[in-house]
Design a protein around this ligand. Structure first.
Ligand SMILES: [Zn+2]
Length: 256
């Protein structure tokens, strides 16, 4: 039987077309197992009844994803493009992180961060992360049109001060409850209102902030200033966070 085509708007280029299944993160980054996808509406519904933040997914409605986490989100062209141009850098880095965790497991369980010494293609990697943000929140490209430009043209880069957002990365503890959120309005300690997007794909998590924040996640905005395929050695402390709620929190520090 012929499969029914899934029509919709591509999460990256925005064209109305037949959509293809996109793994978020890439399938080779160990995202090839069936997964469950929970809807934020259901989570909020449960919160309303219980008057408390849910600490687990128990009892929540979900849809089964037999192909791993992802959805029919991209046109064939964008799916192939991100798969060829950016996914390999993400997969390599994710593998380095898994090895780092395996080699430093005691620290991973109790330290506040792991010392990262990894070779990476910063621009390629950051563009894969931005693709994952687009797949999670297609409207993010309306808020930040530069994101679409960065993904669609592999050679586009952006110097730190000109970037309209801050891109942050952190490690999640194995017992964290990953929850992707966004956009969320945050009341900051200094009284400012900021907007945040977050995607958690353990062991890594990423945030986009509207303006510079000093929560101590690793600022990877400068990754966007590299050239396509350029490599760099990253020697930096990658902070570890534990998330004990699936709902957004004001700052990750608050959970420590
Ligand atoms: Zn597309």
């Amino acid at each position: 039987m012929k499969k029914k085509p899934r029509k919709g708007f591509c999460a990256i280029c925005g064209l109305e077309c037949e959509l293809t299944f996109e793994h978020i993160p890439p399938r080779a980054a160990f995202n090839d197992k069936p997964s469950r996808m929970y809807s934020m509406e259901n989570i909020l519904e449960k919160t309303k009844d219980s008057k408390q933040i849910p600490k687990s997914f128990e009892g929540l409605h979900y849809s089964d994803r037999q192909k791993g986490y992802g959805d029919y989100l991209l046109c064939a062209k964008c799916n192939n493009m991100t798969g060829h141009l950016y996914a390999p850098a993400y997969i390599n880095f994710n593998n380095s992180i898994l090895k780092l965790i395996a080699d430093n497991y005691d620290d991973y369980m109790k330290a506040s961060g792991l010392q990262l010494n990894a070779r990476i293609e910063p621009l390629n990697f950051a563009k894969q992360v931005l693709s994952m943000f687009c797949c999670s929140y297609p409207k993010i490209k309306e808020q930040y049109p530069i994101i679409q430009k960065l993904i669609l043209d592999k050679n586009t880069s952006i110097q730190g001060d000109n970037c309209p957002f801050q891109l942050l990365m952190f490690l999640l503890t194995p017992d964290s409850i990953p929850g992707s959120t966004g956009p969320i309005a945050l009341l900051m300690d200094d009284g400012r209102i900021d907007a945040k997007f977050e995607i958690d794909f353990p062991p890594l998590g990423f945030q986009i902030y509207e303006s510079k924040t000093n929560n101590n996640a690793m600022d990877i905005t400068p990754f966007l200033s590299f050239k396509y395929n350029e490599t760099a050695d990253i020697n930096s402390l990658l902070p570890i966070y534990k998330k004990d709620t699936i709902l957004p929190v004001k700052t990750l520090e608050a959970l420590r």
